[in-house]
Design a protein around this ligand. Structure first.
Ligand SMILES: *[C@@H]1O[C@H](CO)[C@@H](O)[C@H](O)[C@H]1NC(C)=O
Ligand SMILES: *[C@@H]1O[C@H](CO)[C@@H](O)[C@H](O)[C@H]1NC(C)=O
Ligand SMILES: *[C@@H]1O[C@H](CO)[C@@H](O)[C@H](O)[C@H]1NC(C)=O
Ligand SMILES: *[C@@H]1O[C@H](CO)[C@@H](O)[C@H](O)[C@H]1NC(C)=O
Ligand SMILES: *[C@@H]1O[C@H](CO)[C@@H](O)[C@H](O)[C@H]1NC(C)=O
Length: 299
């Protein structure tokens, strides 16, 4: 008893000191970070991303900031890798879970973080972004054919007459992509990021990137991960349907969903399907020791 009364003030003092240097992220930031780590692992588990690609969230506590890991493979992300960035210029503010590491002390971010900053800047309604090099999607971009929603779970792709827009890096004007900089396909500054963000059109959540991959926007981290996965699945269905339509006697080219069906199905997915998928996908990544979400107990 005596020992407790003597040590308690000392423990409280220690606790007080650590609070001064280490402000815990809010419950909302922790919740979105749990989803962000799960999304990083799930997108890898589902083969949407490989060593490259990234997913981010708008900061729920501050709409002028976003949260994304620094430059590591998404499969390996843990809470200590998450960084809070300025949307204004994609510069690092601090490690999301250690505010004593700030500014230039934060490990290097993804060179293509401008994909995220410029989409958040252009679309105040967007709270989650995915960029991925998914090969089945690149095939469409490279032949100049956009995706059209082929099934309800991919309704967010939209039913655009000529498919999703395609971002063509080589068609950028020299005012955005000068001759004397490396032409390496990377969205590595605000101007190229803005050009990409301007490519989204008519409510499609997806822009294909020729020779590169795709950018996807969503209404939450879970939503954008769901959309990215089903964009890949849609590309697989659309390519097979297009081949069958062209090669099999009597077959017709795929018409895809009507605009009404795509839009209604997308709303249904957002409001009721994502939860069931998330329960499955988090249970799956919990079975694989490679993926560590240190912010939530595994199932
Ligand atoms: C946390 O998020 C909830 C749900 O979006 C919201 O109602 C609440 O105001 C947020 N809390 C803070 C402190 O921003
Ligand atoms: C929100 O973020 C902006 C940009 O980082 C910052 O200038 C501002 O102070 C933040 N607001 C709050 C309430 O923290
Ligand atoms: C980035 O943007 C923030 C918010 O507008 C600003 O406070 C900061 O000075 C900018 N940093 C750089 C390096 O431009
Ligand atoms: C935060 O980062 C500092 C500097 O790297 C380190 O000394 C400290 O242990 C970290 N704190 C936590 C809670 O990880
Ligand atoms: C955000 O709003 C724009 C219209 O300004 C819309 O086209 C887009 O689909 C919306 N994004 C999401 C993720 O719903």
């Amino acid at each position: 008893m005596i020992m407790i009364t003597r040590t308690l003030p000392f423990l409280l003092l220690l606790r007080g000191l650590s609070v001064v240097s280490q402000v815990s992220p809010s419950a909302n930031v922790t919740a979105v970070s749990i989803d962000l780590l799960d999304a990083s692992h799930i997108l890898h588990f589902l083969d949407v991303v490989d060593a490259f690609g990234h997913v981010s969230a708008r900061n729920p506590d501050n709409a002028s900031q976003f949260i994304m890991s620094f430059s590591i493979a998404p499969a390996l992300a843990t809470s200590q890798d998450l960084v809070t960035y300025e949307i204004d210029n994609a510069t690092a503010i601090q490690l999301t879970f250690n505010n004593s590491v700030t500014g230039e002390d934060v490990p290097s971010g993804f060179i293509e973080r401008y994909i995220h900053s410029q989409i958040y800047k252009a679309f105040p309604n967007v709270t989650g972004v995915v960029h991925a090099h998914t090969t089945s999607v690149i095939s469409f971009a490279n032949v100049g054919v956009g995706l059209e929603a082929q099934m309800g779970v991919a309704g967010s792709i939209g039913a655009l007459k000529h498919g999703t827009p395609i971002f063509d890096y080589d068609a950028l004007p020299t005012s955005i992509l000068p001759e004397d900089v490396p032409h390496n396909l990377l969205v590595d500054n605000e101007a190229i990021g803005d050009a990409l963000a301007r490519t989204f059109k008519d409510g499609s959540a997806v822009v294909l990137m020729k020779g590169h991959g795709m950018a996807v926007q969503g209404l939450s981290v879970r939503d954008v991960a769901f959309r990215a996965f089903y964009t890949m699945e849609n590309a697989n269905v659309q390519s097979m349907a297009t081949l069958l339509g062209a090669l099999v006697p009597g077959a017709k080219p795929p018409t895809g969903l009507s605009a009404r069906d795509a839009s209604d199905a997308s709303n249904t997915a957002d409001t009721s399907l994502v939860v069931r998928a998330w329960d499955l996908w988090t249970a799956q990544v919990d079975q694989v020791p490679l993926y560590v979400n240190d912010l939530r107990p595994s199932a």
